[in-house]
Design a binder for this molecule. Structure first.
Ligand code: ZN
Ligand code: ZN
Length: 316
């Protein structure tokens, strides 16, 4: 099973600002002194030796993660990252009207569905898309963002065969070669985590959830659902203080992610749904302080920490 991140930002697409880009370029130019950057190849090698925050950017598109195994493909959430994924898919069978994809929707807040009207494969007759979610009226929720007050092309003008299927929480279901199970998270209007199993490997996507009751009685259900995942994608939207001040916003922190990952025997914790107020420097600091927290509470752990960024690919 391979996982690729197309959108990692929370709430609203957040392109890097010109001022921020300028600061990044200045730091790069100054830092490159003494390194060979005399050709494109050498410059690329130098760039790739730097952490993602300095060589590039974590990216500004909202939630969209692709899971694939061979020809089979699951897409989790349809945030603005879906647009780019759609363009990439058009080079494959989707460009010929012979593509097939299953899309899981954690919830229908704007940042998790806004990419769908821009998903080019949905306009190509012959393509088959099945959209799965736990929420009621999923089709109406998708159609509503095509209302002519909001978007010029009606949902009905999308030429692909688009079906909607309802999932039940805590009920395992097979989709292609994947076994998937949704699980309720605390979030305004409800959101669902997905546990995806393939060939004995487990991937868990748990964006948009708060955990305000830290008692063992409350947390045990999360530990059980996330248990033994190779990769846990976790809502790290808030820093610690914000998580207390905005406890009813339905988001979590990287530090709580560490605590949960340690209890649930997770191999790799991927911090996700980055705050639109955070630039790359702030996200780098978040990773650093979270790593220090992990080193402090579990000095001998094998748990790996990672920041989700656009283009990140993981093999499970
Ligand atoms: Zn969100
Ligand atoms: Zn949300």
């Amino acid at each position: 099973m391979k996982v690729k991140f197309w959108g990692v930002r929370g709430s609203i697409p957040t392109p890097i600002s010109p001022q921020n880009l300028e600061e990044k370029l200045i730091a790069l130019l100054v830092g490159s002194q003494g390194h060979d950057v005399s050709s494109p190849g050498a410059a690329r090698a130098y760039l790739q030796s730097l952490p993602i925050f300095r060589q590039n950017t974590v990216g500004g598109n909202t939630s969209c993660v692709e899971v694939h195994a061979g020809e089979d493909r699951l897409i989790i959430d349809a945030g603005s990252g879906l647009k780019e994924l759609g363009w990439s898919l058009m080079n494959e069978a989707f460009g010929r009207g012979k593509g097939k994809a299953d899309i899981l929707i954690s919830h229908t807040h704007w940042d998790h569905i806004m990419g769908f009207p821009f998903f080019t494969p949905a306009y190509v007759p012959g393509n088959k898309l099945t959209i799965y979610g736990v929420h009621p009226s999923l089709k109406q929720r998708f159609k509503r963002q095509h209302h002519d007050h909001n978007f010029p092309v009606p949902f009905e003008a999308m030429g692909a065969d688009i079906q909607f299927r309802k999932l039940a929480p805590n009920k395992k279901r097979r989709i292609g070669p994947f076994q998937i199970e949704p699980f309720l998270l605390v979030h305004p209007g409800d959101a669902y985590a997905f546990r995806i199993e393939h060939n004995g490997r487990v991937f868990v996507y748990a964006s948009d959830g708060s955990y305000n009751d830290p008692s063992p009685q409350n947390m045990q259900k999360y530990f059980d659902f996330y248990r033994n995942a190779e990769v846990l994608v976790f809502d790290a939207h808030f820093d610690l203080i914000e998580s207390f001040e905005k406890s009813d916003w339905g988001h979590s922190t990287s530090f709580l992610g560490v605590d949960i990952a340690l209890h649930a025997d997770i191999k790799r914790l991927v911090l996700f749904h980055h705050n639109p107020a955070s630039n790359d420097t702030r996200i780098e600091k978040l990773l650093d302080s979270t790593q220090r927290y992990l080193n402090h509470v579990a000095p001998n752990t094998d748990l790996e920490l990672q920041i989700a960024h656009e283009g990140l690919e993981l093999t499970l």
